[in-house]
Write a protein that binds this ligand. Structure first.
Ligand SMILES: [Zn+2]
Ligand SMILES: [Zn+2]
Length: 341
């Protein structure tokens, strides 16, 4: 039973996992697949994740696996069940939790951020965090439940209405999930802006109506041509650099909701035209993790209504977390998985 610990300073070490007797409500999950998230890349570079990171810790918060053992009081899952794990554990007692905003919890604990996570052969998780995955669904697809759940929260925040037009900026794993969720939410047209040809191709495959290469085509003009009006109703930024933020505001027309979904590098700022906010009546929305959306993500995955196979491009064994993180940073990859299967 081993896992790969993050030691800080961009270093990792595969070690034996500390074992303990299961608490009554605890489940031991044999990890099948754990996705590398943009947050892991930030943590690798020394930034904080959704919560503060104290190395040594096993990262990896997007995972699925098979229940290996259960504590005496576990009733929700049984040995052999396929599960996905919601990594975020809320205190339930702070001001934000009590105001119905658990995602803003002042004492958030997250599996794979500040307690050992899924870049390991096994992971200990409370049963409350486990969600049943259909056995017909590949386990690696179940590992996409967490990012999908985060995207669902973003989509809820952006309030896409039937008939809305949506422009997604960035066709990485998140952008490609957003394209699909926008369609499922009733968007009349979904346009993906993405410079990498392979990602544009997959964008069309998973349901984008049009794709634009923002490096070689004037994004705003192309969008205006396609939509017959000077921007989209909802713009979703999923890149995580300020050029993409600028593009998002560029393609906002009057009345647009701009969802700034990507996790920015710590300290990043962006100049905002306050005149535009006023005159265009812009709605600017942030989105943090996955409050009460994990079950909806699992339902969508179990139903087969979300295409995940084209998004999963690479697999690495548990011993190669660093290689996996470096590959996640490359434009050759979409979603990189870690796991010994
Ligand atoms: Zn994530
Ligand atoms: Zn709380």
């Amino acid at each position: 039973m081993k896992g790969t610990f993050f030691l800080g300073n961009q270093t990792f070490e595969t070690r034996a996992l500390p074992e303990h007797d299961l608490a009554a409500d605890e489940v031991l999950v044999r990890v099948a697949a754990c996705g590398v998230c943009g947050t892991d890349v930030h943590i690798y570079h020394g930034d904080k994740g959704s919560a503060d990171v104290q190395p040594p810790v096993i990262l990896g918060h997007e995972f699925s696996g098979v229940v290996e053992k259960t504590g005496a009081g576990v009733t929700k899952v049984a040995v052999g069940d396929h599960v996905t794990v919601d990594p975020n554990i809320y205190c339930g007692e702070c001001h934000y939790c009590r105001m119905g905003k658990k995602q803003l919890c002042a004492a958030l604990r997250a599996i794979g951020v500040n307690r050992n996570g899924g870049f390991a052969e096994y992971c200990y998780v409370p049963q409350s965090q486990c969600y049943q995955l259909s056995k017909e669904v590949p386990l690696a697809h179940g590992a996409m439940a967490e990012p999908l759940a985060c995207c669902i929260h973003g989509i809820d925040r952006a309030q896409i209405r039937p008939g809305s037009t949506v422009c997604v900026i960035g066709g990485g794993a998140i952008g490609l999930l957003m394209v699909q969720l926008a369609r499922l939410s009733g968007a009349s047209r979904v346009i993906l802006s993405e410079p990498v040809p392979l990602r544009r191709e997959i964008g069309l495959q998973v349901g984008a109506d049009h794709v634009i290469d923002p490096v070689n085509e004037p994004l705003k003009e192309r969008l205006a041509q396609l939509l017959g009006v000077d921007g989209a109703d909802v713009v979703i930024e999923c890149v995580g650099n300020t050029a993409a933020t600028a593009q998002a505001f560029q393609v906002a027309k009057r009345g647009t909701t701009v969802l700034l979904f990507s996790v920015p590098k710590a300290g990043t700022t962006h100049p905002l035209s306050l005149e535009d906010v006023y005159q265009k009546e812009l709605t600017i929305v942030g989105s943090m993790i996955n409050p009460d959306t994990h079950l909806r993500a699992v339902e969508l995955i179990n139903s087969g209504r979300i295409q995940l196979a084209p998004l999963i491009t690479h697999h690495y064994p548990v011993e190669q977390v660093k290689e996996a993180i470096l590959m996640q940073m490359s434009s050759q990859s979409i979603k990189v998985m870690v796991g010994n299967g």
